[in-house]
Write a protein that binds this ligand. Structure first.
Ligand code: PLP
Length: 441
């Protein structure tokens, strides 16, 4: 019957609801009849052995994982749980190495669990805020210094940059380090050519199902690879339970259940067709000389400033043509596509790109130099994140110690992390990306 079968039958049964939620199934918004709680027959997310376990099993089979836990709190929960599992696997304080383009869930998880991250800096110069293209060799350089238990990589990044997870996983295996990947943007990758981090050797992978699959906002996965140490499977649910809400949204879980069925049906084929259609748009952009910063097959990142436009201005122009982007900053406009975009959506985008006039590139000659800054750590991340702080104008912050990591978008490379000293260069980066106030100790 599955979760959706149970819920629909219950909604139609006319049973008096002497249980949560308070709306009692009365459709004020519309979806209330299907919004349930953990009544008999509806299973318990964190101790699943019924309809939820069935849906998680279907999801795990679709991805080829050893185990997959659903999250009703996005990848944010999966990421914190992954860190918790790593800490429990080693059974002592651990060091996790990560590039700095991590989402705030990683920073928050490290803070709560007392993990001091060791930052991996890419060897090639960065010119964009969200870009942090670490290579297997960068990871090797970090691991060869010793003392690192696990590596955590965000791939794809917000702009669609993809790390060489296969190469990074091989280096991790060589050094006996575990590999966890924030694949929030890439849940679909397993179905379009084995590009999902699970296919490439990662031990733990966190997906936001809702970003690219037909799932309500907040739906996500925590996957454990069949090649990962076996105890990670047992640690996963308790870790999710420790950090998650005891009231996971049934609506979100129902959409995860439907998505699992779709993943065993026609959705993989439709995902591949969407990537092919996206490739046509990418090829139009190449012909017109419009740069695409994304190497993901279902995301387009228009290199706005190189084509002569501020990203914000380009996003406004798209809005006037009835298109809303995922994100824009001075350099880039990010467009996320899916099989649920219509033929008209694609056609509208192509008309817009065809009519876009090239202007003189907007250059930020100091970007590479600014982004090369490696801030000085003064206090541990945890100590700084848990200290009282005040918010002051960036212009007055030189020399002060940052108390809360400052990012302009999720997950850009933080110009400064909690516990690091704020310098003049850091203030320039913050202001360029629209951050004018900062929390300091
Ligand atoms: C790279 C990355 N990781 C994690 C997250 C958090 O995902 P969620 O919103 O599903 O909790 C995001 C959200 O934007 C993200 O971009």
């Amino acid at each position: 019957m599955g979760l959706n079968g149970f819920v629909r039958k219950y909604a139609a049964s006319g049973v008096s609801r002497f249980h949560m939620p308070g709306h009692k199934g009365v459709p004020l918004h519309g979806l209330e009849p299907l919004d349930l709680t953990e009544i008999k027959g509806a299973d318990f997310l964190f101790e699943a052995d019924g309809v939820i376990a069935e849906g998680e099993g279907l999801t795990s089979q679709a991805f080829g994982s050893a185990a997959t836990c659903w999250s009703a709190e996005g990848s944010s929960l999966s990421i914190k749980a992954a860190l918790c599992m790593l800490r429990q696997h080693f059974g002592r304080d651990i060091t996790v190495a990560s590039p700095r383009n991590c989402h705030r869930a990683f920073i928050n998880g490290c803070t709560l669990l007392g993990i001091e991250p060791e930052w991996i800096y890419p060897s090639s110069p960065r010119t964009l805020l969200c870009e942090c293209a670490v290579t297997p060799e960068d990871v090797r350089a970090a691991l060869s210094r010793g003392g690192i238990d696990a590596v955590y990589v965000t791939s794809p990044d917000y702009l669609g940059g993809m790390a060489d997870i296969r190469g990074i996983a091989a280096v991790c295996r060589e050094y006996g380090a575990l590999l966890a990947v924030d694949n929030a943007h890439g849940a679909y990758l397993h179905f379009v050519g084995d590009k999902h981090p699970l296919d490439c050797g990662a031990d733990i992978v966190c997906d936001s199902a809702h970003k690219t699959l037909p799932v309500y906002t907040g739906g996500g996965y925590l996957h454990i690879s069949s090649d990962a140490p076996a105890d990670l499977r047992d640690l996963a649910k308790p870790a999710m339970a420790m950090l998650g809400s005891t009231s996971p949204s049934y609506l979100i879980m129902e959409s995860l259940a439907l998505c699992a069925e779709e993943l065993h049906g026609s959705l993989p084929e439709r995902l591949r067709a969407c990537c092919e259609r996206t490739a046509e748009v990418k090829s139009l952009m190449r012909r017109r000389g419009i740069g695409d910063l994304s190497s993901e097959p279902m995301k387009i990142t228009i290199a706005a400033s190189r084509f002569g436009y501020d990203g914000g201005e380009l996003a406004d122009m798209m809005r006037e043509s009835r298109m809303e982007c995922e994100y824009s900053d001075p350099d880039a406009v990010v467009l996320m596509l899916s099989p649920y975009n219509t033929a008209e959506d694609f056609a509208r985008l192509e008309v817009f790109l065809t009519g876009l006039e090239q202007r003189e590139a907007i250059l930020h000659p100091d970007s590479a130099e600014l982004f090369a800054v490696r801030p000085e750590r003064v206090l541990s991340l945890r100590e700084a994140m848990l200290s009282p702080c005040v918010n002051i104008p960036c212009d007055e912050a030189e020399g002060r110690i940052c108390a809360r990591t400052a990012m302009s978008c999720q997950p850009s490379v933080a110009a400064v992390m909690a516990g690091e000293r704020i310098t003049g260069e850091i203030i320039k980066i913050l202001k360029r990306y629209g951050i004018f106030g900062i929390d300091v100790l």
